[in-house]
Design a protein around this ligand. Structure first.
Ligand SMILES: N[C@@H](CCC(=O)N[C@@H](CS)C(=O)NCC(=O)O)C(=O)O
Length: 209
């Protein structure tokens, strides 16, 4: 049984979606960010970086207990464990990693930065405009890719789609309108209809009560 330490956040939902898609039984352990529980000694012992999500994999198939942070690393771990949502063909696999790195190094930080600025009560300023511009740039890159291919790393749905979707599902919270990115919207709306995704969103949102 997997233990997923999570809250109702974009990075958390990615791991829950992957577990649901792969049919992996899991327990969700709530770490309430509103109460600063990510800074508790118990949580910092799991992830010294103090951020969600964290996966604990004690499954008998694993050689030893695996405690992992960083949502992209967790997605790779689950894909390798199950042989799902990560192609074995080297070129197709490399395109998945390309998107995972693009997500972790560019998309996720841009979306988080814009989200934090949207949350502020201050009037719109230069910082917010710059953050929205970077969000639009990143979504534009993805829109170009998705005009050509059904999914972000090619013809098949992979963990790279789950990584991007976890954030893009909350696009309104970081000030984006998917009407400006029709191919991203087509992809987003299709992923939203997947039963595993709907179930994961519902259980992740329930963590916030
Ligand atoms: N690169 C990390 C980012 C994790 C992250 O920023 N998590 C947020 C929630 S979405 C968090 O735990 N924030 C708490 C804090 O910064 O104190 C990942 O992909 O897992």
């Amino acid at each position: 049984m997997l233990e997923i330490h999570a809250f109702a956040t974009p990075n958390s939902v990615k791991v829950v979606i992957a577990a649901e898609e792969m049919g992996l039984p899991h327990n969700l352990v709530s770490v309430d960010l509103r109460r600063g529980e990510q800074r508790s000694d118990a949580f910092l012992a799991l992830n010294p970086n103090g951020k969600l999500p964290v996966l604990i994999d004690r499954s008998p198939a694993a050689n030893a207990e695996v405690v992992l942070s960083e949502s992209a690393a967790i997605l790779v771990h689950l894909a390798e464990k199950t042989g799902q949502l990560l192609p074995t063909d080297p070129q197709r696999r490399a395109k998945v990693f390309e998107q995972l790195f693009f997500h972790a190094s560019a998309a996720s930080p841009a979306f988080l930065h814009a989200f934090l600025l949207e949350m502020r009560k201050e009037p719109e300023g230069e910082a917010r405009a710059a953050a929205r511009k970077e969000v639009a740039r990143v979504l534009g890159v993805l829109d170009g890719i998705l005009q050509r291919d059904p999914f972000v790393a090619g013809a098949e749905y992979t963990i790279a789609d789950i990584a991007h979707f976890g954030w893009i599902w909350r696009h309104r919270a970081f000030g984006a309108d998917l009407a400006d990115f029709p191919s991203v919207k087509r992809w987003h709306d299709e992923i939203l209809t997947r039963p595993a995704v709907a179930k994961a969103i519902s259980s992740t949102l329930a963590l916030a009560g």
